[in-house]
Design a protein. Sequence first.
Length: 129
Amino acid sequence: MFSSVDISKLLLRLLVGAMMLFHGIDKMLHGISGVQQLTVNAGLPAFVAYGVFIGEVIVPVFIILGIYARIASLFLALNMAMAIFLAYGNTFLSLGKHGAPLIELPLFYFVLAIVIFLLGSGKYAVNSK
C-alpha cells in the first residue's frame, strides 16, 4: 500500500525541486548578470554563470520527477556549494540582522540535496528503485 517513507521522499523531492525551480525561472525571466558578475569577480570565465540554468532549471525538474534523483541532487549540491562560494565567500561565518547565518538558504538547499542523494527517489518516481 502506501509507505510513509516513500511519501516523505516524494514530498521532499517536490519541495526542494519546486522551490529551486522558482529561482531558475526568475533567472530565465530576469537574466543572470548578477551571477556573471560574481563568477568574473571570483576569477572565473563569465560563461560559467550559465551553469546556473542546469542547476536551477534542469536539475530541479529531474528531482521533481524522480529521474536520476540521486545524480541530480549531487548537481544541486554542487550548484549550492558554488553559490555559497561565489556569493558568500567573504562572509561565510557572518550572521544577518536576525541572527541567522547569511548562507542560510543556500546551505539549507545544499543539505537537502545531500539528504535526497542519501535517501534516493523512493517508490513514487519515474525511475524508482
